[in-house]
Write a protein that binds this ligand. Structure first.
Ligand SMILES: [Zn+2]
Length: 344
């Protein structure tokens, strides 16, 4: 009873809003969402949605908190950097403190073809907090296959875009962006930077769309919204379904990629390559630490182990994934990964 009273007070200002009301609030409390990527977009959206009372929030992120994140990633603080916490874990801790009525699930993992469908299963909405295009095509395929609404959002520099994808009803991400540009052709927050205000604006649109989907509003965004927060400009671009779009026709090409060794350069991290070997198992940090006798600055906590070797800084996660910093050479990163992390 106490809990109910607390909840009623907590959400009172939002319940007064005509678009939500008592019924809408109850729907929110019964709803669930997965936030894929917990950087600037993901952490701002998670903050808004947990405060709004969305019942279950699952957060998936592969990275850990660093000082250069604090300018825009609102869930994190200096202690998270000092404790070397993964973003998903730090986000859960903060979100639990903000609203203890919400079930927050933290998953520290790279989102890839091997786990995409599992991470998105059983939720009402998928919200985009990603920093790269490849994963967005994968999320789009999974959303259409599973029939789950997907709210796309992206921000770079002072600019951002968002659209809402309702499987079977609206254009999908691939209808609007049919071709994946080759790596390096797109600006990233590493090359062009990103304003915290631009990310906050776009993620506010994303969170609002997610809320509208959950309460069953008929006012969903039907366009591609783009804005430039520095210029103060805002546009709505009409979008249409593309004839022959593979994803809309049930051909989920990005979910068929059977490669087990995945290599990618990371956005927002200077000179870093991530290696994921989905065929190899989990890492036991104690065993790995005992084997690594010829490396420098070896440390580990519950979530990650890091060390320096061959002029690179290597961070290993429990799921067997590693981020190799101070290199852009994927071949070299792969060699270091197998030599140190896998021991062969
Ligand atoms: Zn499509």
């Amino acid at each position: 009873m106490e809990m109910e009273k607390q909840a009623r007070q907590r959400y009172s200002r939002q319940v007064m809003f005509h678009g939500i009301g008592e019924k809408g609030q109850e729907k929110l409390e019964r709803s669930s969402i997965v936030i894929v990527g917990c950087g600037a977009l993901g952490s701002n959206a998670a903050n808004l949605l947990v405060r709004a009372g969305v019942g279950k929030v699952r957060i998936v992120d592969r990275d850990f908190v660093e000082y250069h994140n604090l300018q825009r990633q609102v869930l994190f603080d200096e202690n998270d950097v000092k404790e070397q916490l993964p973003k998903a874990i730090a986000a859960k801790r903060r979100l639990n403190a903000i609203n203890s009525l919400i079930e927050v699930e933290a998953i520290v993992a790279d989102i890839n073809v091997s786990n995409m469908e599992r991470f998105c299963s059983g939720v009402d909405v998928i919200l985009d907090g990603l920093d790269n295009l490849e994963t967005r095509y994968l999320v789009n395929d999974a959303a259409l296959k599973l029939g789950i609404p997907y709210v796309y959002g992206g921000a770079i520099s002072s600019f951002g875009m968002t659209m809402t994808i309702i499987p079977g009803r609206t254009p999908c991400f691939r209808c609007v962006f049919p071709d994946m540009l080759p790596g390096g052709a797109m600006p990233t927050c590493e090359t062009d930077g990103v304003l915290g205000t631009a990310a906050a604006a776009i993620s506010s649109f994303e969170a609002t769309e997610a809320i509208k989907i959950m309460v069953g509003s008929d006012k969903l965004n039907k366009d591609l919204i783009s804005l430039d927060i520095w210029d103060g400009s805002f546009q709505r671009l009409p979008i249409t379904r593309k004839e022959g779009c593979p994803a809309c026709n049930g051909n989920y090409e990005f979910l068929k990629n059977k490669k087990t060794l995945l290599k990618s350069s990371l956005c927002g991290q200077s000179r870093a390559v991530q290696i994921v070997d989905t065929a190899s198992g989990e890492i036991v940090f104690k065993q790995l630490a005992a084997r690594l006798t010829d490396v420098q600055n070896l440390t580990h906590n519950e979530y990650m182990l890091s060390f320096d070797a061959d002029n690179c800084h290597i961070t290993v996660f429990q799921d067997g994934r590693a981020i190799i910093r101070n290199t852009l050479d994927e071949k070299q990163a792969e060699k270091l990964y197998y030599r140190y992390v896998r021991g062969h």
